[in-house]
Design a binder for this molecule. Structure first.
Ligand code: FPP
Length: 243
């Protein structure tokens, strides 16, 4: 039950953690965990859309995930391609726009192709933007942005004194996304793990012990409920907010 339907977070970001541990607890391999993780993604996307969340950003593959066994990387990549194929109609029906952030050009060509096609086919949709962070790392995003800015400064396109938060934001993969309101992480770990460093400056953080494949509508409601009971001061005092 959502208590205040009018105060739904505009942008929810999720670190989907615990697929491997969930599979292990069932005596299965990690790939089984990822396959069931996809089911939790489907539920979360559907419920977020229904609740009126405008932006949902999911950490699907980090710049560090390349260190995993090749077989696991291959499974994650093929799950991504098959999920995009399978979910296209749902996205069109539910007015969901797909977006991707990260160093996409380093992903396998099959993934890039499916991503680009889905992004193109859903680009007119406006109910919710679903952003997949793929080969994404917050530090890599900032490094990439600073490199571009440095090169523009060198070529006299930007003058150094004009570099401000707006200019930095314009060079991020996340430039078209608003700040994150609520960041959720499953599996009991209480870390940011290099996710959306710039956009989480004022995010409310919500950690829960559930493993990602177990995450469902009820957990999403609990997270939003918890968010609605926080006082977001953005540097002001409590008194200033209440006058
Ligand atoms: C974390 O669990 C999960 C991931 C690294 C990948 C998330 C991917 C999916 C849910 C499936 C594909 C995604 C989409 C959007 C279709 P873990 O493997 O780190 O678990 P562990 O910490 O228990 O080992």
């Amino acid at each position: 039950m959502i208590h205040k339907p009018s105060n739904i977070p505009n942008h929810i970001a999720i670190i989907m953690d615990g697929n491997g541990r969930w599979a292990k607890s069932k005596g299965k391999n990690r790939l089984f965990g990822h396959r069931n993780g996809v089911k939790a993604v489907q539920k979360t996307v559907e419920e977020s859309t229904r609740l009126g969340v405008k932006h949902l950003t999911l950490y699907a593959f980090s710049t560090e995930n390349w260190k995993r066994p090749q077989k696991e990387i291959n499974t994650l990549m093929s799950l991504l391609v098959s999920s995009l194929k399978k979910e296209l109609n749902q996205m069109l029906e539910n007015d969901i726009r797909l977006n991707a952030i990260g160093n996409i050009s380093k992903l396998p060509l099959s993934v890039q192709k499916e991503l680009n096609q889905t992004i193109k086919k859903t680009k007119k949709n406006s109910r919710m933007t679903l952003t997949l962070a793929l080969n994404y790392g917050g530090k890599e995003e900032l490094t990439h942005a600073f490199k571009e800015i440095a090169s523009k400064v060198k070529n006299n396109i930007i003058s150094p004194e004009n570099v401000d938060e707006t200019i930095i934001n314009k060079h991020l993969y996340t430039r078209n996304l608003p700040d994150v309101d609520l960041l959720i992480r499953t599996s009991g770990e209480q870390r940011i793990s290099n996710f959306l460093l710039w956009k989480i400056a004022y995010a409310e953080l919500y950690f829960l012990d559930i493993l990602w494949p177990e995450f469902n509508e009820t957990h999403l409601h609990l997270a939003i409920d918890n968010y609605q009971n926080r006082e977001r001061r953005f540097g002001k005092t409590s008194e200033q907010l209440n006058t």
